[in-house]
Design a protein around this ligand. Structure first.
Ligand code: ASP
Length: 349
């Protein structure tokens, strides 16, 4: 009623008055399948990811304008398998810049699903705001029958515009589910239902056009972390070494030769290292490279394992999968090379 009177007094139409009252959501585009173009509407593989510009994606979902005033900004146009540390830094810096603006209520980032979990965790540790930051993508290109991108984008905007989505860390909106950027991982090469946090479950669901939150992440996030990338120009090199039958020291030596400041070992089971790899990893620690033990199993906590791992100075990667452990180790190394302090960070985040 108040808005109607105000609109009349100002000589505005009601729709204008309501539009002005909507939250402002900035959409940062990076490419991915959500912006993918295939040669036919039945093709769901073999397409060009990141081909469509952000404004075209927004225009394809006019309903977003009922929930927020949206503005689009193209950060990069890549297929996210080509994600780089520089893009991570650029995104985090741009998010922090935008979120400082009192007029911005939330951010949506369109992103390829391949490495969305890395970007989500990186931003979860480096964005300094309580405002919602939502990553969204698609598994089917924009040209496909039943493309999942438009509904995912609408859901992401609704989430970013929702004051109740604040202070929950960076989130992923895919397939009507709300996932924690810290926990979610891509689990399937093709299905639209690809993101899962395994036993931890979803933060919530989007149903009937509403966000239903069901749990919160306990670990510190966004403004609660010690990581400040505002002056970081380059992230330290951290490589992942994946174990397998007959694994040896070749990959560790290659990582060291490439100048790795950290190595995440994707071990078997509870972070186990092949006996033929272990001496090279122990040597790496002696040379000042931090070694973190993660697991290739995909879920579970890496607990203290063999006594000699402890003696060698290997750090347990806790609950993080290798690609997320790599992100935390990179950020940790921007602060310190002290193994005890890095160990604490793995317990904390
Ligand atoms: N290769 C694509 C990408 O990550 C896959 C996707 O978006 O689903 O950019």
């Amino acid at each position: 009623m108040k808005k109607t009177l105000l609109a009349a007094a100002l000589g505005l139409t009601m729709s204008c008055a309501y539009a002005a009252a909507l939250p402002n959501v900035a959409i940062l585009a990076t490419g991915g399948t959500i912006a993918g173009v295939a040669s036919s509407n039945t093709a769901t593989t073999g397409y060009t990811a990141g081909a469509v510009a952000i404004q075209t994606l927004i225009d394809a979902v006019p309903a977003v304008k009922e929930y927020a005033n949206v503005s689009g900004e193209q950060i990069v146009k890549i297929s996210s398998n080509n994600l780089t540390d520089d893009i991570l830094l650029k995104l985090a810096k741009r998010c922090n810049e935008l979120l400082k603006d009192p007029k911005i209520n939330g951010i949506v980032i369109t992103h390829g699903t391949d490495t969305m979990e890395e970007t989500a965790y990186f931003l979860n540790l480096t964005v300094k705001s309580k405002k919602p930051v939502i990553l969204v993508g698609a598994m089917r290109p924009s040209t496909a029958i039943s493309a999942d991108g438009p509904m995912n984008l609408l859901n992401a905007v609704r989430l970013a515009a929702d004051p109740n989505a604040a202070d929950r860390g960076v989130m992923i909106a895919m397939n009507d589910q709300i996932s924690a950027g810290r926990d979610a991982t891509k689990t399937n090469t093709n299905h639209v239902h690809t993101f899962s946090s395994h036993g931890l479950g979803y933060l919530g669901v989007i149903a009937g056009g509403k966000n239903h939150f069901l749990r919160k992440v306990e670990k510190p996030h966004t403004y609660q972390t010690e990581f400040d990338i505002s002056k970081v120009e380059k992230l330290p090199r951290v490589d992942i070494v994946y174990t397998h039958a007959s694994a040896d020291d070749a990959m560790v030596k290659a990582a060291m030769a490439a100048g790795a400041k950290g190595i995440v070992h994707a071990g078997s089971g509870n972070g186990s290292v092949h006996g033929q790899t272990e001496p090279a990893l122990a040597e790496a620690v002696k040379k000042g490279t931090t070694v973190v033990l993660s697991s290739r199993t995909g879920s579970g906590v890496v607990n203290p394992n063999m006594a000699q791992y402890h003696k060698a100075g290997f750090i347990e990667g806790q609950h993080l999968n290798p690609q997320k452990a790599r992100i935390l180790l990179q950020l940790a190394l921007t602060k310190t090379a002290d193994q005890e302090k890095i160990k604490e960070m793995f317990l904390k985040y």
